[in-house]
Design a protein around this ligand. Structure first.
Ligand SMILES: *Cc1c(COP(=O)(O)O)cnc(C)c1O
Length: 219
């Protein structure tokens, strides 16, 4: 299968899932290009993909420095953990940050966005399964972090989660949907190659699909 064919398949499945869920609003497909070559990314862009996700600032800077010049209309989402010492570079490079998960990071981002005069929409990453090894704010602390960010003029547009790998994602997606609605946040980033159709049922507005588009990642 070529990347173009994969995108066609994923797009058809997205549309079918939207139909089943009776949804006519937008589901944004973010092609996760971490550990994929610039050539594959180009193929994705030429096949109509506009939004991409990367999980490492350094790797993204290496690949996207040039790509962004050739394709300025692409929208780059940070979907991996962000350390405060990488905030400056992240604000330069990314159009959306999906992994806001602690007050210290809010402060660093608020300061850098003001300095750079660039306001980047952010998602709060929720540790939906309360897993010790995962980043993300605990579900019971989400409301507080959203307020904290808004008070510092950080533009919080939605919630993002990566549910536990070994369980059905449905209860976690349902929790996120409830949480997003109660906080009046318009966006929900959830669903990956294995479960994006389920995520669409629970209101995902942004799905993050890697291997189903690009194939296996490089080591
Ligand atoms: C790698 C990654 C994805 C994509 O996973 P696939 O299973 O390849 O679709 C989505 N979201 C995050 C946060 C990731 O790190």
């Amino acid at each position: 299968m070529t990347i173009c064919e994969n995108i066609e398949i994923v797009t058809k499945r997205i549309n079918a899932a939207k139909m089943r869920a009776d949804r006519t609003d937008e589901v944004n497909l973010i092609a996760v290009s971490k550990r994929q070559s610039a050539d594959k990314i180009r193929e994705g862009i030429e096949s109509g993909i506009r939004m991409f996700g990367e999980n490492r600032v350094q790797e993204a800077a290496m690949k996207w420095g040039d790509l962004k010049k050739v394709y300025p209309n692409t929208e780059l989402h940070l979907i991996g953990a962000l350390q405060t010492n990488k905030v400056k570079e992240a604000v330069q490079l990314f159009d959306v940050i999906q992994t806001l998960d602690r007050p210290k990071l809010v402060n660093a981002l608020a300061q850098e966005m003001e300095r750079a005069e660039k306001r980047i929409p952010c998602f709060i990453q929720v540790n939906s399964g309360k897993e010790l090894q995962k980043s993300g704010v605990m579900p019971e602390d989400v409301a507080q972090l959203v307020s904290y960010a808004k008070e510092r003029h950080v533009d919080v547009v939605g919630l993002m989660c990566i549910p536990p790998v070994d369980q059905s994602p449905e209860p976690y997606f349902a929790d996120m949907q409830r949480m997003g609605a109660s906080l009046k946040l318009p966006c929900l980033s959830m669903g990956m190659s294995g479960d994006y159709e389920t995520a669409i049922t629970y209101g995902a507005t942004h799905i993050r699909v890697g291997t189903a588009i690009f194939g296996e990642r490089e080591e």
